[in-house]
Write a protein that binds this ligand. Structure first.
Ligand code: BGC
Length: 296
């Protein structure tokens, strides 16, 4: 995770949700513990500052909304397809265009489908491909994404303090209850994982790329491409195996499964496993500013 403030004087004008940062811009503080985010506006609820522009960067879609201090969405979610090839400059342009119609925000949170540390992209499995997830990797794109300062680029473009973290970590932050060891698995284009202990995010591990069955990684066995190839029934069996493997590995107290493909799971996976809403990918954005939830 990182907190990147735009250098106000030199920042490019915000083509974004937010007006350009002023020289006096400071980071608004979230309450010590932010309430549980919600996508359903509470009747009569008066939106409260600070406002967070929450962006969910995905291999197949880019999504964003603005959340108030209580975690309520103050605008309908905007969504656009991710198009390829997608070098960093195009990603920044696409995100700026996506969020332009949204109301102003004080700060920006972005979830990224790869390893992120201190705002820098350490891996971008989807965006280094020429035609989208699973297609040919382009050495030129690998070079452009390597250590790309995503938090810095977004802060400069949107004119607001920006934090970036792995997408599963952000989604997880929206759903964990803060008790014991909690695992969040996101099933979408790729397989995201995030571990929390007593509500605090543990350092991110890329289980997506760890061998799981027959030398194939979790991504290859239970990612969306595998589901499409083998069908829902066989994919469900693999998901059960994956959850059992994580249970044996971590002795999690509770596991949450989210992401677009969570709804394709049949039956129950155990009393220690629950399904969560895909909106968490955006709603967790507010928690990125709450030191009691995410601190790596
Ligand atoms: C990436 C993870 C990400 C997951 C879900 C995987 O391909 O390696 O970092 O969390 O997809 O988007």
């Amino acid at each position: 995770m990182s907190d990147t403030h735009p250098s106000a004087a030199s920042a490019a004008p915000a083509a974004s949700a937010a007006p350009a940062a002023s020289a006096a811009s400071t980071t608004p503080q979230a309450p010590a513990t932010t309430p549980a985010p919600t996508s359903t506006p509470v009747p009569g609820h008066k939106p409260q500052a600070p406002f967070t522009l929450a962006i969910d960067i995905g291999g197949t879609g880019l999504k964003a909304s603005v959340l108030d201090a209580t975690g309520a969405m103050v605008a309908d979610r905007v969504v656009v397809k991710t198009t390829y090839p997608c070098p960093p400059s195009k990603m920044i342009d696409d995100l700026a265009a996506l969020v332009a119609p949204l109301p102003p925000a004080d700060r920006v949170s972005a979830g990224f489908p790869g390893m992120v540390r201190n705002g820098l992209v350490l891996s971008a499995p989807h965006f280094v491909t020429l035609h989208g997830p699973g297609t040919t990797i382009d050495p030129g794109l690998v070079k452009q994404w390597a250590a790309f300062d995503l938090a810095g680029a977004l802060a400069a473009r949107l004119g607001k303090p920006t934090r970036v973290a792995n997408d599963a970590d952000i989604q997880g932050a929206a759903v964990v209850k803060g008790k014991g060891l909690e695992l969040v698995i996101t099933l979408g284009t790729g397989v995201g994982t995030a571990f929390f202990y007593d509500g605090r995010l543990l350092p991110h591990l890329e289980f997506a790329h760890h061998p799981f069955l027959k030398g194939d990684t979790y991504n290859e066995q239970i990612g969306d491409a595998a589901r499409k190839e083998i069908g829902n029934q066989r994919w469900n069996k693999r998901v059960r195996k994956a959850v059992a493997t994580f249970r044996a590995l971590s002795f999690f107290d509770h596991c949450y499964i989210g992401g677009g493909n969570a709804k394709k799971i049949h039956g129950t996976l155990g009393s220690d496993v629950s399904m969560v809403d895909n909106a968490a990918g955006i709603l967790g954005g507010i928690r990125l500013w709450d030191e009691s939830h995410i601190a790596v």
